[in-house]
Every structure is written in C-alpha cells, then in structure tokens.
Design a protein. Structure first.
Length: 523
C-alpha cells in the first residue's frame, strides 16, 4: 500500500495500480529519475501500472498545489481520483528505486522530450507532452533599468485580455509571457491579466500556467473570470485591479497585450521613451507606435520567439510584414485595412482610459468591436482635448499572430446567431428567389457585423443615437463591402430590384443592431 503525506501529517492509503510515468532523466546509480505522472481516469476505473512497484518512493504535485509524498508502497489510485480531474497538470515527480525503472520501461512514456511535463488527455488514456513554463521563461529576470527607475516602476503597466479557447492558446500564452520576461533593458513590467477559459479542462491548464508564471514574474497578477468576457470587459477588470493594486486611478500610463502575440525585446523601453518625450503635457492623452509586425499567411511551425519574427521579416515573401499607419495619421482616404492601428499600438493615460470605460455603454464594452471604438476615439480631434503623439518604432515592437483577418482580430469572425436565423425565417426573400434560409441567415450575420462595427466606431467618447441618415449610410457601406468580399454579396446585388431588397434587409438588420447596443434610432 502507499501512503501520501500532506501538510499537518495526514496520510492516505492507496489501493494498487494506477500511475503511468514519463521519464524526464535518469541516473543509473540508485535508479533515480524525475518524471511527470498522470492518473488514468477512464469511466471511473484506474489503468494498471505494469509490474511490481513495491520498492518505489517519490513525490508529485497536482496543478501547483502542495507537494504530496509517496512512500515505499504499491501504486496509488484513491487519492488521485479524489484530487485530480481530467486536464489537471501533474507537475514534476521524483521517483526512486523500482518506480524509476518502471518509468523508464513503460512504453506509454516514450517519445516525450527530456524535461517535459504532461497532461492527462481528454479520455484519460494517455499522457500528452506539455512544454513547462520553466523551459520557456529565462532563468533570471533583469532588474529595472535606469530609464524605468527614473520614470517610476509603477508608471507604465500592461493590461492583458485573455480567453483560453484551445490547447494551442495555452502554449501561446506561455510564449507571450516569455517574451515579456525578456524586455531589454527595463525587465518585465507590471502586468494585470483578466482571463477566462472555454472548458474546465482548459481552465485547469490556464491555472497551472499562470500559477507558475506568477512565481517567475513577480509583476504578474492574474484574475480568473467565471464566464467568458469580451476583450474590453477583460480590460475593464484588469484596469480596476491595477488601480486597486497601485492605490490610485490616475498618474500612470497603460498599454495593452493579447495572450497569443509576442513582444519585441525593446517594446517596453520604446514606450517608456515615448512617454518621457510626452512629458507632463496633459493634452497628450496617448502615445502610439506607427506600426507592428503582422502575420500575413499561416506559418509552420508557429512563431514562438521574437527571433522567429525577425527571421520571417528578413526572409520577405510577404509572409510577415510591418504595418504603417502613416496614411491613417494623415487622414488619407486610401488607407489599407492591414495598416489601420490596433488598440495594442497605443499607450494611454490612466485618466483617459478610466473615462473611456465609464462612458462606454456596457453593451458596447461587450461588443467585439469595442477595440475599433477605442482607436477611433483616440484620433486627434475626435474628443475635446485628446491628442496622440505618434512615434516611429526602431523595432517591430508587437507581433500580431493571426493571419486570417485585417484589423480587429476576433472582430471579423462570422458567427450566425439565432437572431440572424429568426430574421431569415421572417424574410420572404429577394424578388428573384433562389436563396435558402441558411444563405439569408449568413447574409444577415455579415451585414450585422459590418453595421455594428460602423455604429460603434463612429461613436464619440460620449455616444449619441445614430441619426437615421448615418445609419442608412452604414447599411449602404456594409452592402458595398459585402459585394467586394463575398460571392453571396455579389449575388444579392445583381440588378436594381435585388439592390432595393438587400437595402431593406440591411435596414432590418440595423434596427436589431442598435437595439442590441442599447441605443435608439433617430430620424
């Protein structure tokens, strides 16, 4: 039997046979190895560890909880079933004696790299490789530079918005944090991260990741949310927590990051320089980089380090490009979508961000297009007293990892909702017929996204109901854009009768949009 000792001396006896092991390294004298161990939970039954492990000893830890010791007993099961769920990360285990030999001989442990950890897979049948954060983060973090000390360690903080939607996203989050830890010469800034996860399994993984990251990055504070939030709802939470931690809601600057992107090693340093140049001029509400690096087509393997971005930019061929917001800054009508500034290009005064969050209606904060409202409100002249100082970055500063959209990442994902389907069911269809209810629902979804973006982006810092004429212009612009990017859009604009019908359909969609945003239509 096995006894597992917890703090306060309490022990648990385990019945036989349930651990699978993964070799992390071995030493012939004494048969010592370090391994990651996962319990095999499948239909409430435990898998069997082959052979006799009566002379083994060691310890394991479940997802950053306290260390649990294993004494010279047969293989354990009962306590693991009580303390683990599928997807838990079981951290490094030290095994000695026959348990070490079994870990080396177990075929289920082969093919995993030295130093790796593992997850229990969705069905509880095997171990999956996991790259531990210790292998990603550098062993030592630099002290604050003289520049940052002069400005003040707490005068520039980063707000992170994170929704863990996949296993890959967890790895990207670790890589993002690693790039933050490598900031030169300032060292890592204060980070306040609000996060949510799409499933219990991913939630367990994110907890383990962030628990390890907080030990390595003293300036990181992570705040778990019970349910998914929008990007700017996460930012509002992060900002509130930052103000609470700093004991003030003014007198410092804020910049931003997503969980799946990478930082250039001098990102923090260049923003600090730009803020110092802005000085105490209260008219300057923000400083902004004129560009960032953006993936233009999928890259395999995934770009995981700043050096990978450098190499891809040097290679050319259009796979990765640096954006240029100069045409946008000049007010040119010929701005490419890919060159529009993103919210993470800006650093803003805390006072301005607090006002933006207070004056933005909750339904707009919940919209995927709130980032467009944020950047448009920061345009010089859009709001009284707002001025943005643009600077030309020496490096690419920020790598935007999504390749399948221009401007606004998640903003342009097409989701057909129940509202779109209900509108399609009520609609008799265009005069020429030939369109299915599914196509009409998709058309409504595409129109809704474009109209919602225009309504939100056109709002001033204190939003007013959109005039009817402006809303009609938004409908027309949505139709023009749809015709340019969609075969369905081209079909529904063939001929005068169809154009009249689709404009009417767009107006019906627009009525739903302004209702969902909590504003009223004016004539």
């Amino acid at each position: 039997r096995v006894q597992v000792r917890r703090a306060r001396g309490r022990s648990y006896a385990w019945p036989p046979a349930c651990l699978t092991g993964m070799r992390e390294g071995s030493r012939q004298d004494g048969h010592t190895c370090r391994a990651a161990v996962a319990c095999m939970v499948a239909g409430g039954r435990a898998a069997t560890w082959p052979g006799d492990a009566s002379a083994g000893a060691g310890w394991y830890r479940v997802a950053s909880r306290q260390k649990l010791h294993i004494r010279d007993q047969p293989d354990p099961v009962a306590h693991i079933l009580g303390s683990c769920t599928e997807g838990d990360l079981l951290e490094v285990v030290e095994l000695r004696g026959s348990w070490a030999r079994l870990a080396e001989e177990d075929s289920r442990a082969r093919g995993l790299p030295s130093g790796a950890k593992a997850w229990l897979d969705a069905k509880g049948r095997r171990l999956e490789p996991y790259r531990p954060l210790d292998a990603v983060l550098p062993p030592g973090l630099r002290a604050a530079s003289a520049v940052q000390k002069a400005l003040g360690q707490e005068d520039l903080v980063c707000l992170v918005a994170s929704h863990i939607s996949s296993e890959e996203r967890t790895g990207q989050f670790a890589e993002m944090l690693a790039s933050v830890a490598r900031q030169e010469p300032a060292g890592a800034p204060l980070l306040f991260a609000s996060w949510s996860a799409a499933s219990p399994r991913l939630r367990h993984r994110a907890r383990a990741l962030l628990g390890a990251a907080e030990r390595r990055l003293p300036g990181l504070k992570a705040f778990e949310q019970d349910s998914p939030l929008s990007q700017f709802q996460h930012i509002a939470v992060s900002f509130r927590e930052a103000c609470s931690a700093l004991g003030r809601d003014a007198g410092f600057w804020v910049f931003f990051a997503d969980d799946d992107d990478l930082w250039h090693p001098r990102r923090l340093s260049e923003y600090l320089d730009a803020i110092r140049a802005a000085g105490a001029d209260s008219a300057v509400a923000s400083v902004a980089a004129k560009g960032h690096a953006k993936l233009r087509k999928e890259a395999k393997p995934r770009l995981a380090r700043p050096e990978d971005v450098d190499r891809l930019l040097q290679r050319g061929r259009g796979a990765c490009q640096r954006t240029d917001a100069q045409a946008f800054i000049d007010g040119s009508p010929n701005v490419r979508l890919s060159d529009l500034p993103e919210y993470f290009d800006f650093a803003v005064r805390a006072e301005w961000l607090g006002r933006f969050l207070r004056l933005t209606p909750p339904r707009m904060l919940a919209s995927r297009f709130c980032d467009r409202r944020f950047t448009m409100c920061l345009q010089e002249g859009r709001d009284a007293g707002v001025q943005t100082e643009w600077f030309e970055p020496e490096g690419w500063l920020y790598f935007y990892s999504r390749h399948d959209c221009d401007c606004g990442g998640a903003s342009f994902k097409i989701d057909v909702t129940d509202v779109d389907r209900q509108l399609a069911e009520k609609e008799r269809g265009p005069p020429s017929g030939g369109f299915s209810k599914a196509e009409l629902a998709l058309l409504a979804a595409r129109l809704r996204l474009s109209i919602e973006e225009q309504v939100i982006a056109a709002s001033s810092l204190e939003p007013a109901p959109p005039p009817g004429e402006r809303l009609r212009d938004a409908c027309k612009a949505a139709i023009v854009g749809l015709r340019q990017i969609s075969s369905l859009g081209r079909r529904v604009t063939e001929g005068e009768a169809l154009q009249t019908w689709v404009l009417s359909y767009a107006n019906a969609v627009a009525s739903g949009v302004i209702t969902s945003l909590g504003v009223q239509r004016t004539c």
